[in-house]
Design a protein around this ligand. Structure first.
Ligand SMILES: *Cc1c(COP(=O)(O)O)cnc(C)c1O
Length: 428
């Protein structure tokens, strides 16, 4: 697989290098130079999830990993289902929250952990990542207990739900968690700075596990195929997919699936009030505003890291501007959407509700709508209970951590302080 740095075109790497280094020179993102469409989509759609995903990933990764390695990675990583639930005849939800940390980030996180464990040949590495909520838990669980891998997770202090936080701050062992006194964008900026600092990057063998890592995106491509396989055949080609977006990794993966030939008609890029992308799609101007805290906190991102990848596919003509519609859903409409879904017998949480609302605003006659359910409602229990006025049961993984102590340490939003902290806790 040939990957090119989208900022420094001369830097070309293979898949294992891109997975190990995360970001390229000048903080450029790695991305395939082009995609070769799959030619057997209908046959692929007939296969079960693991077999089909293995075939898609072999097609994408090529000979950079042995076929048997890819088979083993996929079977270990995708050991839970993705399920389409129908809300009505025209509107469906792809539930991506049946993994160990109850959010879609389990797909990418588990796949990436298995890739790294297979390609790092016993070399000691440090995963450094920032989370707006769910990445942290997925990454922490995916890497917990793996040999020779330390994980450092930065999160904005007090800005993610208490249960979300407990899912990754209570593990200990090789999982180190740091509460930064600021917002998610500040956490991302600190991660980028660390990757630009040779002392830290080389000294700790840094690797990033957030959605900028190409392995995570490739894994996510697979569940879009799974969704189409579960929908009625008549939906193929009429499908509008609404993606609740923050850092835009999920939408990037969906567009890749379409470029590979999956019959999706168009996408809706749904955001909360942190709407840099919907405004950009409307005006052509990239004007991030300060990040605002919302109910859909995993989408409180005003400088989405993955956008250059979507921009690249737009520039190459792989997707047309008309096939991506932006929509901002504010807090009031998010809550209204949760209530509308509950009335139809479907309990949802704020992220999926943003996507549902955007979908219902844009779905046209003759189209079939799919919105992505990115997290289990119990993960956002406080806000779901407040909005719907009814109690939510905690599924097993959350009930287990609810009573445990957080092991996170507080660090100021200051790069030197973070650097000193990392060398101290990693004993390097
Ligand atoms: C991370 C996350 C999102 C946003 O996904 P991106 O790939 O960053 O756009 C949406 N919903 C939930 C629940 C998340 O955890």
């Amino acid at each position: 697989m040939d990957l090119v740095n989208l900022k420094v075109a001369q830097q070309r790497v293979d898949f294992p290098t891109a997975v190990k280094t995360g970001l390229g020179q000048q903080q450029g993102l790695f991305f395939p130079e082009q995609f070769t469409p799959l030619d057997n989509i209908d046959a692929l759609l007939d296969l079960p999830l693991v077999e089909r995903s293995t075939a898609i990933l072999k097609h994408l990764i090529g000979s950079d990993l042995a076929d048997a390695t890819i088979e083993q990675i996929v079977a270990t990583a995708f050991n839970f289902p993705a399920k389409v639930e129908s809300i009505s005849n025209e509107v469906h939800c792809l539930e991506l929250f049946h993994g160990p940390t109850l959010a879609f980030k389990d797909f990418g996180g588990r796949f990436m952990a298995q890739c790294l464990a297979n390609i790092s040949d016993g070399e000691k590495i440090t995963i450094l990542t920032a989370t707006s909520g769910d990445t942290g838990a997925a990454v922490a669980h995916a890497f917990h207990g793996l040999d020779n891998i330390n994980v450092v997770i930065l999160f904005p202090k007090g800005k993610i739900s208490p249960l979300q936080e407990k899912l990754f701050t209570t593990l200990g062992d090789n999982i180190h968690t740091v509460a930064i006194e600021s917002d998610f964008d500040a956490c991302q900026a600190l991660v980028k700075q660390a990757f630009d600092d040779p002392e830290v990057r080389d000294g700790l063998h840094l690797n990033s596990a957030n959605s900028i890592n190409i392995s995570r995106l490739l894994a996510q491509v697979c569940y879009y195929f799974e969704a189409v396989s579960q929908l009625p055949k008549e939906a193929r080609g009429k499908l509008v997919v609404s993606v609740p977006s923050g850092n835009f990794g999920n939408l990037t993966a969906g567009i890749i699936a379409k470029v590979l030939g999956l019959p999706i008609k168009r996408f809706i890029a749904a955001t909360n009030v942190n709407d840099t992308v919907p405004r950009y799609l409307r005006t052509g101007k990239w004007q991030p505003k300060p990040t605002q805290a919302t109910l859909s906190n995993a989408m409180d991102v005003s400088q989405p890291n993955n956008w250059p990848r979507i921009e690249a596919m737009l520039e190459r003509g792989e997707i047309k501007p008309a096939e991506i519609k932006g929509e901002m859903i504010d807090e009031e409409y998010t809550q209204l959407a949760m209530k509308q879904l509950a009335k139809q017998g479907y309990i949802s949480e704020p992220h999926a509700a943003v996507a549902y609302r955007a979908l219902t605003q844009h779905l046209e006659e003759g189209e079939v709508g799919l919105f992505l359910g990115t997290a289990h409602p119990a993960k956002f229990r406080e806000s779901v209970e407040n909005v719907l006025g009814q109690p939510i049961n905690l599924p097993g993984p959350l009930a287990d951590v609810a009573g445990k102590e957080s092991l996170a340490l507080d660090v100021d939003n200051d790069y030197e302080a973070l650097k000193a902290h990392m060398f101290k806790v990693l004993g390097a």
